[in-house]
Design a protein around this ligand. Sequence first.
Ligand SMILES: [Zn+2]
Ligand SMILES: [Zn+2]
Length: 320
Amino acid sequence: MIRKKLSKVSLTIALLVSVFNALSFGQVGLSANEGLSVILLGTGVPIPNPARATACTAVLVDAKVFLVDTGRNCVVPLNQAGIQDVEGIFYTHYHSDHFIGLGEILLDLSIDGIDKTIPVRGPVGAQEIVGAIIATYRLDLSYRLSHHGDKFSDQVMAPSVTEHEPGVVLEKDGLTVTMFSVCHPPIEPAVGYRFEYKGEVVAISGDTVVCPELAAGVRDADILVAEAENAQMFGPALGMARRDGDSRRLGMIEEGMEYHAETLALAKMAQDNRVKKLALTHLFPSIPPTDAAEARFIQGMSDLYKGPIVVGRDGMRVDP
Ligand SMILES: [Zn+2]
Ligand SMILES: [Zn+2]
């Protein structure tokens, strides 16, 4: 009887240990992939939402993983997706919700033993941002190295950074990544990316209103991962700010709405430019991940766009 109990206890402990290992040391493993695919890791905006990390998208190129932006808390869905290595990182612009999670991601890879220099590419500003984040890890890095020795990988905490103008920024092993300008005024530079591999195209909008530059960058994409704003859903918040005579709040909301991609304009642009699948991210307002909220968010889009529309949730995989 006692023996039975003990074995049950040890079984439970073994189970807990294996779950802990899988969760803490990234042993879940990314499921197999061929060609291009996407995992939406962070679908939120700066307004805190427990269900959504901020801007972060994984582009899978066969078994390789590239990240576009590294937002707040993105390390959690990244770990849950089983991503154990990163081939490169691309930045769209330097609003903090697009880069603030970089240190957490690199630290996670270091703990997992990834020992290599990760190339980071972005428009002008990348050196300043990445350099400053890495600088905040100086003490942390010294503690971990003196404690763990060479079990802790420090190379990953020193990424290589290159700043680019729009155009082809990476061409390797059949993959071409092109940076294109988008329209996020007054933020300059602001860009999107187009990944082309084995005849497939994945485009990432970055933060932008719908504009001709965006349309040119995403034309004929198999998947367009697009930031999206539902202007209608701001009605109540705008009304309340007006009723309260709160011009500061009113201004903040209106200015926030000014430089994002309105859902109906986005749908029309996607249809006109033969986008085959639309995956929405950077959802503004930051709706809960429920069917009802998502249905409201895309209301009217299907009248203008005939392809499939995916409303992103953190960790969601989107295939062409
Ligand atoms: Zn932005
Ligand atoms: Zn943003």
